[in-house]
Design a protein around this ligand. Structure first.
Ligand code: HEC
Length: 137
């Protein structure tokens, strides 16, 4: 008899706990603000969530190239070696990947550090260098 009572009490305890938890959730959902104040120029709500998804993970070398490096390395602006031009790139590639990446990250003469994209992570710049080299051999 005692054992039965214990089981019944235990069962009640679990049920009560679960009910309490679901009531908590309901209350939390009910007291949530109806809308969100979103100031102009601020990213919030769905737009902010979308941006986060879009910028998750590093971009590919060609994406970074198109966004940052193309301005100079497609046109040869400022004397930049042109992508796809093997004679522009052969002597540079001979310096070794480490030097090229180092120059891309830290700048080299008229080549600005990170191509001017200070917020680009190092791995994106490295991927862009690898993209340029692969296209220019
Ligand atoms: C404002 C123009 C400009 C932008 C933007 C730019 N570069 Fe350059 N880059 C140059 C110039 C100019 C040189 C040649 C510098 C020299 O040899 O004196 C150069 C050289 C390089 C070199 C060769 C360095 C060496 O040691 O020979 C690499 C690699 C390079 N850029 C990578 C990049 C990458 C990657 C990006 C984009 C993230 C980028 N650049 C964006 C102008 C630019």
């Amino acid at each position: 008899m005692k054992r039965v009572l214990a089981v019944v009490l235990l069962g009640f305890g679990i049920t009560a706990g679960a009910v309490m938890a679901s009531v908590d959730d309901e209350i939390r959902a009910r007291i949530q603000p109806v809308g969100e104040v979103c100031l102009q120029g601020e990213e919030c709500g769905e737009a902010a969530a979308a941006t986060e998804t879009a910028s998750s993970g590093p971009r590919s070398g060609s994406e970074v190239y198109d966004a940052v490096c193309m301005a100079c390395h497609t046109t040869g602006a400022a004397g930049a070696p042109v992508i796809g031009n093997a004679s522009d790139w052969a002597p540079r590639i001979d310096q070794g990947m480490e030097t090229l990446i180092n120059h891309a990250l830290n700048g080299f003469n008229a080549m600005p550090a990170k191509g001017g994209c200070a917020s680009c992570p190092d791995e994106e710049i490295q991927a862009a260098v690898e993209h340029i080299v692969a296209e220019s051999k």
